[in-house]
Design a protein around this ligand. Sequence first.
Ligand code: PPS
Length: 297
Amino acid sequence: MDMEKFGELMKAKEPGPWPEFEGIRYPPAPPFREKGVEKALQDILHFQSRESDLLICTYPKSGTHWIFEIINMLLRNKTELDTQCKVSTMIEFISDFTVLDKLESPRLLNSHCLFNYLPKKHIENGCKIIHMIRNPKDVCVSLYYQFKKHPFVDFKGSWDDFFEIWMSDKGFYGSWYNYEKEMEKAEKLYPGMILTCYYEKMKKDSTTEIKRLADFLGIQCTESTLKDIAYATSFQNMQQHNMHKLDSSKELDGKGFIYRKGEIGDWKNHFTVAQNERFEEQYTERFKDSTYKLTFE
Ligand code: PPS
């Protein structure tokens, strides 16, 4: 979809009650508002996938824009940032899927929806999924800034208020735990179909992680190209060059929430000792059986 049109659609409505379905809140994107969440999710399930489609799956604020650019560069064998914004291929933000018909294969799609709501055909075809995961404390902080700065979310609360929203699983797309556990289950059920990338590993050693990604996608890449991609997709470079892409919050203070800080451990600047203890307790309880090993600094 044309970015200007998308921006207009988002602006056309006053902030209203957040779309909700089965106890899960969704962002006020056009399809959720126009069709209702249930119908929008059904449409995604029946989306006509191509066998060559690639799908990036993330819980919000886990590095979606970052991995989108990396994969785009690998696919195009280029080291320039894409002119498209990742939201233009974000399936739950698209009201009419025919806009995706015009895209050349392989199409690079993305979604924050739970695994069970991803296009059935994509799964049946055994098409590749790239899943990025980030430590939930930093996800929580990043989401707080999105809530605070996104004019269509209209969140006027404090960090303490947002922390409670997170703890009660009331952020967008439901609980982080639920999302990641569903993805982990799917990874076991469909061996070889899903590659999980860790935000923190990507940050600490981008070249090695990009090589792992290239291998998964079956793309040959020289060491020098890998390094160039790592440089081009560094936070500083993406922040400097991608700010013009849809990030409505930049109008507020010249800084957006999509390319905010891009660091590991910003949670330490927000969590109180008591909040950290409560978070740790919940994390230990709800994520104890997970094979995903996350680092927080
Ligand atoms: S969204 O809106 O849910 O799609 O956001 P998403 O892109 O998943 O996540 C946004 C956070 O990712 C950070 N980011 C990066 N980190 C490191 N390197 C690069 N290149 C990069 N690009 C984006 C971005 O800054 C957001 O995290 P925070 O902690 O808020 O800065």
